[in-house]
Design a protein around this ligand. Structure first.
Ligand SMILES: C[S@@+](CC[C@H](N)C(=O)[O-])C[C@H]1O[C@@H](n2cnc3c(N)ncnc32)[C@H](O)[C@@H]1O
Length: 287
């Protein structure tokens, strides 16, 4: 996007454009700039030198986490790919939330066709990260995408994946901003769920409102979010580990987080308890 040589020369001479985190007013921005970037750095920074490694972010979204990894953790090369083009908003977002005149040349972005192979198009990377993305990828594309990402990573490189909320967990529908009944998506019909969302009035949790909201408007955003729910691939933590190891990755470390909630009697026995309670996985893989 902005990786031209003049820009990187200017940065080498004078540093990146000034930025000021005290200007942050948006909770979605804060959640990614602070929390998500801290977690990614914690996992990947423990095994790679973030300052010298070349990274690929699969499903980068608006790129806020990548921007933070550059500004707060000194990353010098992150290439974000996504099937949408939300990252084109990053210069404006960085201006509004950080007072930053220009986003760093360490960041490059690319929009891709779902499932299109990436291997062979760029140099091998040292690290790949993916945040809240693999539950959205079409199920039949998962295995080819993991094989392709394996081919994009240098031997000895690392791949960090986070997914939250997992589908069978209380809010695995990703609809909590409109519907806070736990496991409602496993209990109610699709039509009943849509009615809840359609009838929702009032503000939604600011940390869950991304920068796409303004493009859609109140009703359009409801439709977008419901369509996203319908296309979730229902991946479980075990399936994620199986698919990635089948693609040739080795599990270095994983953490599964569970909720402490009472499982409704209507769901007991229909699904294993551990599936219903496991809402997050952090998975660190190596090649
Ligand atoms: C919930 S968003 C997360 C975005 C970003 N990682 C973040 O934390 O804000 C899921 C992202 O996955 C992207 N995505 C879905 N399927 C994809 C695919 N096959 N290839 C690349 N990105 C995909 C979506 O476009 C979306 O930006």
């Amino acid at each position: 996007m902005n990786g031209n040589w003049l820009h990187s020369l200017q940065e080498r001479l004078w540093g990146v454009a000034p930025w000021d985190a005290s200007k942050i007013s948006d909770e979605w921005f804060r959640a990614h700039f602070e929390y998500a970037a801290d977690v990614v750095n914690h996992w990947i920074g423990g095994v790679l030198d973030v300052r010298s490694a070349r990274f690929l972010n699969f499903g980068c979204g608006d790129g806020i986490t990548d921007l933070s990894l550059v500004l707060r953790y000194g990353a010098t090369s992150i290439h974000g790919v996504d099937i949408r083009r939300e990252y084109t908003k990053l210069p404006r977002i960085a201006r509004e939330q950080l007072g930053m005149r220009r986003i760093p040349s360490a960041l490059t972005f690319e929009s891709i066709t779902p499932g299109a192979p990436l291997a062979g198009q760029r140099a091998l990377v040292d690290g790949i990260m993916s945040w809240s993305t693999f539950e959205h990828v079409q199920r039949d594309q998962l295995a080819p995408i993991f094989a392709d990402l394996h081919a994009c990573l240098r031997p000895g490189g690392y791949f960090f994946i986070q997914i939250e909320p997992l589908f069978y967990s209380p809010f695995g529908s990703h609809l909590r901003r409109y519907d806070d009944v736990p496991w409602h998506h496993l209990l109610a019909s699709e039509e009943a769920l849509w009615q809840v969302i359609k009838n929702h009035q009032g503000p939604i949790d600011a940390a869950e409102v991304d920068f796409g909201f303004a493009d859609f408007g109140v009703d359009g955003y409801k439709e977008f979010v419901f369509k996203e729910y319908r296309s979730l691939n229902r991946l479980t933590a075990d399936e994620l580990v199986d698919l990635t190891t089948q693609a040739g990755f080795h599990v270095v470390r994983q953490e599964r987080r569970n909720v402490e909630m009472e499982i409704p009697s209507a769901l007991r026995g229909r699904y294993p308890d551990e599936l219903l309670l496991n809402n997050e996985i952090f998975l660190l893989l190596s090649k």
